[in-house]
Design a protein around this ligand. Structure first.
Ligand code: DGY
Length: 331
C-alpha cells in the first residue's frame, strides 16, 4: 500500500510531482493560511509522513497525537517550530532544506545592510508623502560600508555567503562568533573568530544568521545593544526571537546603535503601528529571505527527496537528528 504524505500548505508543485512519481499518495492542505493545531493533528493522523512549515507547531502535544509518523520533512532550513528532542525520543527523523536558500537569504541581509546604511526605504516613503522639496546638502546622510567591519553571528551556510558578499563588494573585515570555528571561512575570507562581546564591540554591521534555540533566544537585548558601537547597524534575517524587539526599539530611539534591518520580527507578523516602521534608519521586510522562485523550488525538491530517500534506503539526505536513522522504527 502506498505511503501517505500530507503537505501542510501549498508549496511549489515539484514536491507533489516527485512524491507522486515515486508512488506516494499526496494530500495538500489548500487553506489560505496555516492549518490550526486541531486541523494539523486531524489530517496528520491519517498520514505516514509530513511536509511541514514553520507555522506548524510540532510539539509534545502534536507528537502525543501523531507519534505514528515515520518522518517529518520541514520545508525550511530553520526548524524551531519542531520539538526535535521529542521527535528523537520517538525515533522520528526531521529533515530540513539547507543550501538551496543560502544565496537568496544572504541577498536579503546584504540588501538590508545597504538600504539601512542609506535610509532608502524611509526616504522612498518621504517622496511618496510629498515631502521631497529640494536637494539637501546636510540632510539624508547615510554611512559608507567600504572597509568597515562585518560581524557575523552564526557563521554557517548563510552567514558565510553574507560574509563573502561583503568581502567582495566592500572589502569588509570579517569577524564572527559561532559555537564552532569555521575554518573554511577563516581560510577563504580571512574571517576571525571573536568572543560574543568582541563581536558586539567591534562590528560596524552585525548580521545575525544563527538558529533560534534556548541559548540564542533574546540574546540581542539591551545589554547587547549597549555594548555595540553607536554607529553600528544590526541586521537579522534568521529568526525574530533572537532579538528583543522592545529593547531594539529603545536602542534605536536613544541612538545607542545607528540602524537596523530586519527580515524577521518578534512577533510575526509585525503590527503596522510598530515604531520601527517609521524610523529613518530602519528597514523591515516580511520574512522573505528564501522567497525566490529558485530557492522555493529547491526547498520543495529537497523536502520531497528527504521523504523519498527515507523510504527507499532509510537515509534522510538533510536530517537534523541523524542519530535516529540508525535506530529507525522502519529499518
Ligand atoms: C527558513 O528556511 O528557515 C526560512 O526562514 C523560511 O522559513
Amino acid at each position: 500500500m502506498s505511503k501517505k504524505v500530507l503537505i501542510t500548505r501549498i508549496i511549489p508543485a515539484i514536491a507533489n510531482e516527485l512524491l507522486t512519481q515515486a508512488g506516494f499518495e499526496v494530500s495538500v492542505w489548500e487553506g489560505t493560511g496555516a492549518m490550526t493545531r486541531a486541523e494539523l493533528i486531524e489530517r496528520a493522523r491519517q498520514a505516514d509522513a509530513l511536509i511541514s512549515l514553520g507555522a506548524n507547531k510540532i510539539d509534545t502535544h502534536f507528537f502525543s497525537a501523531c507519534g505514528h509518523l515515520d518522518i517529518i520533512a520541514q520545508f525550511a532550513v530553520g526548524y524551531d517550530n519542531i520539538d526535535v528532542d521529542e521527535a528523537t525520543k520517538r525515533g522520528i527523523p526531521i529533515g530540513n532544506t539547507p543550501d538551496v536558500l543560502s544565496d537568496a537569504t544572504a541577498d536579503v541581509a546584504f540588501g538590508l545592510m545597504i538600504v539601512v546604511s542609506r535610509k532608502m526605504f524611509y526616504l522612498h516613503n518621504t517622496i511618496a508623502k510629498g515631502e521631497w522639496k529640494q536637494f539637501e546638502p546636510l540632510k539624508n546622510l547615510g554611512i559608507e560600508l567600504y572597509g568597515k567591519t562585518l560581524g557575523i553571528f552564526g557563521m554557517g551556510r548563510i552567514g558565510s555567503v553574507m560574509a563573502q558578499r561583503c568581502k567582495g563588494a566592500y572589502n569588509m573585515k570579517i569577524i564572527y562568533n559561532n559555537r564552532n570555528r569555521n575554518e573554511a571561512a577563516e581560510k577563504r575570507l580571512g574571517a576571525q573568530w571573536v568572543s560574543f562581546d568582541e563581536l558586539l564591540q567591534q562590528s560596524d554591521v552585525l548580521s545575525v544568521h544563527s538558529v533560534l534555540s534556548a541559548e540564542t533566544r533574546g540574546l540581542f537585548d539591551k545589554n547587547a545593544y549597549a555594548k555595540m558601537k553607536r554607529s553600528a547597524i544590526f541586521i537579522n534575517t534568521s529568526r525574530g526571537g533572537v532579538h528583543n524587539e522592545q529593547d531594539l526599539i529603545e536602542a534605536l530611539q536613544t541612538q545607542t546603535i545607528w540602524g537596523a534591518g530586519l527580515d524577521v520580527t518578534n512577533p510575526e507578523p509585525m503590527q503596522s503601528t510598530n515604531p520601527l516602521l517609521s524610523m529613518p534608519n530602519v528597514a523591515v521586510l516580511p520574512h522573505i529571505g528564501s522567497a525566490t522562485v529558485e530557492a522555493r523550488n529547491g526547498m520543495a525538491r529537497l523536502a520531497a527527496e528527504n521523504i523519498i530517500e527515507f523510504y527507499k534506503s532509510g537515509n534522510v539526505p538533510y536530517c537534523v537528528n541523524p542519530e535516529v536513522l540508525k535506530r529507525s522504527k522502519h529499518e
